[in-house]
Design a protein around this ligand. Structure first.
Ligand code: PMP
Length: 282
């Protein structure tokens, strides 16, 4: 493991964050998680673009140009010697005496951590995972990949306590996304996922799966679906950088049908996409 803070490479457990760091005090910042397969990052460009968008949405200047942040992340990766890795990038509005409004002049701060990837165990991948549903109590700008994750933390903890993998946020009976994933259902051969509104995170894996479905000629609609539609789905799965595509077995103790036809096709196509991007990596 290796880390970077502000302007230098450090050990992950080196104490470097001053008490008046705005990420620490306000959660005033944004982040990205990028998966590295056998030394090569997947969808790095898409993650860098979303990082710039999230920073823009909270009116935060990046401490370095995005290209330089990417270069530092790749340098950290190289130094870490980890092949199956996760790159965590966090940018906060930096260090300033505590006040709510922005520091002047801007002083945003970059953190990078390279660590071992959390790989989904094969038995979970085969069996599928259980999820619970929870009321979506989050703010209206969930498309910002912000550090403010308290509702996500609370929901995930409830999932863990219920022996489940994930908690799905439901708003007025509409299934939106997981606490750290997007969610898809399949009904009568049609794949559905919540549209990319301001109310959900625009997952990179979600986008890859949508593109993959289109390329494979699998019908897909970015449309809202209800809790009942989830219960009655032929198939359902989660997507995220760390989970990839992960089949859902049970929702709130309600067993889904055992069919995996479309999920397996999409998973296979996703693996091909990884291979393809890998062979094009500079
Ligand atoms: N939704 C939320 C709320 C998340 O935190 C994440 C993971 N960061 C996702 C969806 C999945 O996004 P991605 O595919 O970019 O990892």
């Amino acid at each position: 493991e290796i880390a970077f803070y502000q302007d230098r490479f450090i050990e992950v457990d080196e104490p470097v964050i001053p008490i008046q760091e705005r990420g620490h005090q306000f959660g005033d910042g944004i982040y990205e998680v990028i998966r590295v397969y056998n030394g090569v990052p997947f969808t790095m460009r898409e993650h860098m673009e979303r990082m710039e968008e999230s920073a823009g949405l909270i009116r935060m200047e990046l401490p370095y140009p995005a290209q330089e942040i990417e270069r530092l992340a790749l340098e950290a990766l190289r130094r870490s010697d980890i092949l199956e890795a996760e790159i965590y990038i966090q940018i906060t509005r930096g260090i300033h005496i505590r006040q709510h409004h922005f520091p002047e002049p801007a002083a945003s701060a970059l953190s990078i951590i390279i660590k071992d990837a959390r790989i989904v165990p094969e038995d979970k991948r085969m069996s599928g995972v259980d999820v619970i549903t929870r009321d979506d109590v989050r703010w209206k700008l969930c498309y910002v990949k912000s550090l403010n994750l308290l509702p996500n933390v609370m929901a995930k903890q409830e999932a863990v306590e219920a022996g489940a993998q994930e908690a799905l946020f439901v708003d007025n009976n509409v299934v939106k996304e997981g606490s750290s994933s997007n969610v898809f259902i399949v009904k009568d051969g049609i794949v559905k996922t919540h549209p990319a509104t301001k109310g959900i995170l625009h997952g990179i894996t979600r986008r890859v799966v949508i593109d993959t479905a289109r390329e494979a000629g699998i019908p897909l609609e970015e449309t809202r679906f209800t809790t009942e539609e989830l219960h009655e789905a032929d198939e359902a799965f989660l997507t995220s950088t760390t989970m990839e595509l992960l089949s859902i077995r049970q929702v709130d103790h309600h067993l889904l049908s055992e069919s995996r036809l479309v999920t397996d096709r999409l998973f296979a196509a996703f693996q091909e996409k990884k291979e393809k991007e890998r062979s094009n990596w500079h």
